[in-house]
Design a protein around this ligand. Structure first.
Ligand code: SAH
Length: 388
């Protein structure tokens, strides 16, 4: 049993529960959390059919493979961690129950090293100081570790000595990148990136495929449950090898490339140019000569494809929390794939979009919730739809 303090949360015993607010379901045990998410899915989705039982995590701790820490000063001491929910106050974190333990240890080391090299956290009010944020990503299967130091400009006093010490203490780090972000923005990473050590990206393995990740491209944050999620999505797609598959909102091409082995051809579309570049690279990395990726708004891309009379047999769609827009959904119905596999991180917008698809020629066959984000209120659902 994890240590308990008077303020600790029930779900994972975190003493920062009340200050942080990141784990919205901390007042529930893990089985109660799963029950809560199941009930939420049933409430929102049961009008479309039966909702299968949510797949939880066997060990719902330290699952986040991407950790971001803001840096600041309080009472003369350097602190680093997460912003308190709905505020700009930093909660000092040493070891978060959700975050990768190696990543947290690296961030604590960086915090300790700063004074030694006379480097200071950036102060948003005065615009002075060096370090704004640190982002760490770890490949769950490969163990490769990326460290991104976010600074207001490209200056890095005592860079070589700092890097030398960081790498000595954490030989597991495979690449270090400096991201320059001088803007007054809530976005963590800037557009300019300087590779200070290693390749500038890391690789990870999912469902037997290898993926390259850049600092700014989207990658699922819970690798254990992502394999469960993609496994369900691929099973729902029931590919035989003869299909043309569209992977919409494809990120770095993960779903499409996992599907490519079982399909005739795969087309991916994604708005983020960095992610598309990674997706193309990932196709090569996996020898998937039958996969192509395009940088475009998914709604526009689909509208063009529908106008051109293109043929799609299976559509995977994995939109952000806002769900899909009407041009996308209309074109999806016009393209009329045999099957649609909708992967959703927001059951509210999922219900709205399913409503449209069910009025326009589709029937829901299966709905499978997966717990990708234990201790938080979020729930992911994979839905299989068939053309009537
Ligand atoms: N399928 C991927 C990524 C899902 S996240 C995976 O499983 O890893 C959603 C993705 O949609 C993000 O990569 C985001 O950049 C992309 N996106 C957001 N709005 C978009 C739009 N209008 N058109 C295309 N892609 C979009």
């Amino acid at each position: 049993m994890a240590e308990q303090t008077p303020r600790a949360g029930k779900g994972n015993g975190c003493p920062l529960f009340k200050q942080c607010g990141g784990c919205q379901l901390q007042n529930l045990t893990y089985p109660e959390q799963l029950q809560y998410k199941q009930v939420k899915c049933i409430r929102l989705l049961s009008r479309f059919g039966h909702v299968d039982e949510i797949v939880g995590m066997a060990r719902p701790l330290h699952y986040r493979n991407k950790v971001q820490a803001a840096f600041g000063v309080r009472n003369g001491k350097i602190i680093s961690g997460v912003y308190q929910s709905k505020s700009h106050r930093i909660v000092n974190v040493d070891d978060c129950r959700l975050e990768d333990e190696t990543a947290d240890a690296i961030i604590v080391t960086i915090r300790a090293l700063l004074p030694r090299f006379r480097l200071t956290p950036y102060n948003e009010d005065t615009g002075r100081g060096f370090l704004r944020h640190v982002l760490v990503r770890r490949g769950f299967k490969t163990g490769e570790v990326m460290v991104v130091l976010v600074t207001p400009d490209s200056l890095f006093p005592k860079k070589d000595a700092f890097l030398h010490e960081l790498l000595r203490r954490h030989p597991e780090i495979t690449t270090v990148i400096q991201s320059v972000n001088g803007a007054k923005t809530s976005l963590v990473l800037g557009k300019r990136e300087l590779v200070l050590f290693g390749k500038g990206y890391i690789e990870d393995v999912l469902c037997g495929c290898r993926f390259r990740l850049s600092p700014r491209s989207f990658y699922q944050i819970n690798p254990v449950q992502t394999e469960v999620l993609y496994g369900k999505a691929l099973a729902f797609a029931a590919l035989t090898g003869s299909e043309t598959v569209l992977d919409a909102y494809c990120g770095i091409g993960t779903i499409g490339l996992c599907a490519a082995k079982h399909a005739k051809q795969v087309i991916g579309v994604e708005l983020n140019a960095d992610a598309v570049r990674d997706a193309k690279q990932n196709a090569k990395l996996n020898g998937a000569a039958n996969a192509r990726f395009f940088c475009a708004d998914a709604g526009r891309f689909m509208t063009e494809a529908a106008k051109a009379g293109d043929r799609i047999d299976v559509l995977f769609m994995d939109p952000p929390r806002a769900g899909s827009d009407l041009p996308f959904l209309k074109s999806a119905a016009a393209l009329a794939p045999k099957r649609i596999v909708y992967i959703s991180c927001n059951p509210e917008t999922l219900a709205r979009d399913l409503g449209f698809l069910c009025k326009n020629g589709y029937q829901v066959k299966r709905m499978q919730p997966v717990d990708m984000f234990p201790h938080t209120g979020h729930v992911e659902v994979v839905v299989s739809l068939s053309r009537q």
